[in-house]
Design a protein. Structure first.
Length: 425
């Protein structure tokens, strides 16, 4: 829960960066403000939630608990929080010492997380589609971390950066398509049928899609770094990325199809977030295709911003927002029910999943998120008019998400206290 409660605060910090810099945020993809904004979202928001969810999810999907999970979770949380704060500060201050410390903190935190997760997966009694996808996502995270550490070391003057643009592409590609994308695939096989009451994904998709995506990324990387600069480098990069885009389009279309066949027809906020995320994922694929067919349609800066925002805010942000509204209330209710039965305190009422987080407040946050996403897209083309309105709405969206999650945690603690008070009496 500490991971989940911390993540919206980093989203709020990213919104404040956008509010301060306004239109200047969209002047260049290499500006300190853009680097700070993107890493506050990827490391502070996305990876924070994903690491916390993995520590909770691995015993369920792989039947193997993470060793010393409380100590591991606490240390990883502290290291990632401090590393993210220092890294974002470094982009503005250019303090070499802070960059070194940030790299050490991130390196240590992710090595600890990856090692503990690998031990859990190694102890798994047998492979399944979700565990395989999680394992490939962890491999992608390892590639992402290594590439990020190489980039940071290069900026510190430790080693050369002759292929820096390609290394940046590799870092971003493995982070979004590998770490985020593969984990999205793996988790969806469990949570979409369970929480959204849909039919199961086809067996062939669960068995092969994660491998196709990972091998596609591997082929793309080999073509990317094997080609020389110039037209042919772009051509081979597009050839390598085509299978990855095909996998994502297939997954998004199938998810939308399954959601249309769900047994429970009542729409909830998680379904709304997931649907918007799948539409954004198809939008990313379409945008990539248009870029290959009509390179002059969008200049490179606008294309990069548009693809980045749709990926980060639209796809990853939408799925994670939606899942938080299921994970936190479900785990809170599950623990309270278990404790109630264990203590035989059936006379003490515990809140239902719906009572832990109000539907009205959750849907209000979804509307704020959706408006922020639309304003972000408008800001790419009209930064003066829309950059700061986006930042304001995005800030309120993250603040309301944090308040909703905090409310659920406080209700859990209050009910838990009543159950324990009855035991002590």
């Amino acid at each position: 829960v500490r991971f989940f409660l911390t993540a919206p605060l980093f989203g709020l910090a990213a919104a404040l960066v956008a509010l301060v810099y306004g239109p200047d945020l969209l002047a260049s993809t290499w500006s300190p403000a853009v680097l700070a904004f993107s890493h506050l979202l990827t490391l502070g928001f996305l990876s924070m939630v994903m690491c916390g969810a993995m520590l909770q999810m691995l015993p369920v999907v792989a039947a193997a608990p993470v060793p010393r999970v409380v100590a591991v979770g606490t240390l990883v949380h502290i290291l990632l929080v401090l590393g993210t704060v220092l890294l974002a500060s470094t982009f503005f201050s250019l303090q070499v010492g802070w960059m070194r410390l940030a790299l050490v903190l991130f390196g240590t935190g992710f090595v600890l997380f990856l090692s503990a997760s690998a031990v859990a997966l190694r102890r798994a009694p047998g492979p399944n589609a979700t565990a395989t996808g999680v394992g490939l996502a962890l491999l992608s995270l390892a590639v992402t971390v290594v590439a990020g550490l190489l980039l940071g070391s290069g900026l510190l003057g430790i080693g050369g950066l002759e292929r820096m643009p390609d290394l940046v592409r590799g870092h971003v590609g493995w982070a979004l398509s590998g770490w985020v994308g593969l984990l999205l695939l793996a988790v969806s096989y469990q949570v979409v049928p369970m929480f959204q009451v849909t039919p199961e994904y086809p067996a062939w998709m669960k068995k092969g899609l994660a491998w196709w995506l990972w091998l596609g990324l591997l082929g793309w990387s080999l073509l990317l770094f094997g080609a020389n600069e110039g037209y042919w480098a772009q051509f081979w990069s597009a050839v390598g990325m085509a299978p990855v885009m095909a996998v994502f389009s297939l997954f998004a279309a199938e998810t939308l199809r399954l959601q249309s066949r769900r047994k429970r027809r009542i729409s909830d906020v998680t379904l709304m977030f997931w649907r918007s995320a799948m539409i954004c994922l198809l939008g990313c694929v379409l945008l990539w295709i248009l870029r290959q067919l009509l390179p002059g349609l969008l200049d490179s800066v606008r294309y990069s911003f548009l693809l980045g925002l749709l990926s980060l805010l639209g796809v990853a942000g939408g799925v994670i927002n939606g899942m938080l509204y299921k994970i936190v209330p479900f785990l809170s209710w599950f623990h309270l029910q278990h404790r109630q039965l264990a203590l035989q305190r059936l006379n003490v009422p515990i809140p239902t999943i719906k009572e832990l987080i109000s539907d009205r407040l959750a849907k209000g946050q979804f509307l704020l998120y959706l408006v922020a996403l639309l304003l972000a897209i408008c800001a790419i083309f009209y930064p003066v008019e829309f950059a700061r309105p986006f930042a304001l709405v995005f800030a309120f969206s993250n603040l309301l998400l944090w308040l909703n999650l905090l409310g659920a945690v406080l209700r859990y603690r209050n009910s838990n206290r009543l159950l324990l008070a009855g035991r002590d009496a």
